[in-house]
Write a protein that binds this ligand. Sequence first.
Ligand code: ATP
Length: 296
Amino acid sequence: MRQLRTLRIKAHAKINLFLNVVGKREDGYHNLETVFQSIDLHDEIILRERDKKGVVIQCDHPDVPSDSSNLAYAAAQAISNSVDGMGGLEIRIEKRIPVAAGLGGGSANAAAVLYGINELFSLEIMQSTLMRIGRDLGADVPFCLIGGTAFGTGIGNILTPLSPLTDVPFILINPGISVSTSDIFRNLHIPLTKRAKESIIIRNCVEKRDTVGIGKNLYNYLEIPVFSKHPELSEIKSHLSMQVGTLGALMSGSGATIFALMQNADSAQRCQSHFKNTYSLCMTTKTCPRGVQIDN
Ligand code: ATP
């Protein structure tokens, strides 16, 4: 009997260095302009062939469903509906990315499953097809498939890769507040300014690897509605901004994680030591050139 194969994949979290809402669409979604950045923080996804048909899923985090409502399960189902050749599959998720934290954990898991199934069953699905399937699962899934540094328009799914920012240190702080992305967007006022110039400026800073410039031009429109509901997040941002070695601080996605771009690894370490006893989550991380990668 043939041995059943196993694949371990790292599913990386993302932060948004820039995020503006530029309009509401007829389908209810919003058009965005955003600069995505993959970070080192990742979940482990273990895919194992089964001798029985169908998909089973298991996750070690109490707030993440271990059934068909898990985005990773939906990703496997979407592949099995689109192409022939996928056998039975077991998915195990070892969760490290905080949940509902604006770090794209569910999207990263879905992207890892799309990528991993293609490898595990040698399906030879083209990247463009994986991206299309991913987009139907969630706006951030296409970015998680390509990873690195990229500019996103549309709902965040139309992507232009930017020069990768390598080994740039960050601090992440989350005081344990989870924010529902759909709630934030449902009650959103469309901003009056498109901030097209600001978006070009930060992309130019990324292209030049000008981390001081990136730090000065970090922007997230969603801070307005989220900070008005959770003022403590605005305080965290101010405290982080005042630390020696902080080049800029911002909320990621729809929150509630606040990140700080740090001058170097030493200042990131010092900053983490300063805050680690105050917040339930306070960690150092760094930029990563990939969204998903096989972990041998
Ligand atoms: P989004 O902005 O897409 O909501 P997020 O990064 O803020 O993403 P996630 O960690 O993806 O938040 O979790 C959002 C919701 O999705 C949670 O309520 C969680 O229970 C649910 N969920 C479903 N599948 C997953 C998964 N594989 N990993 C994490 N959350 C998942």
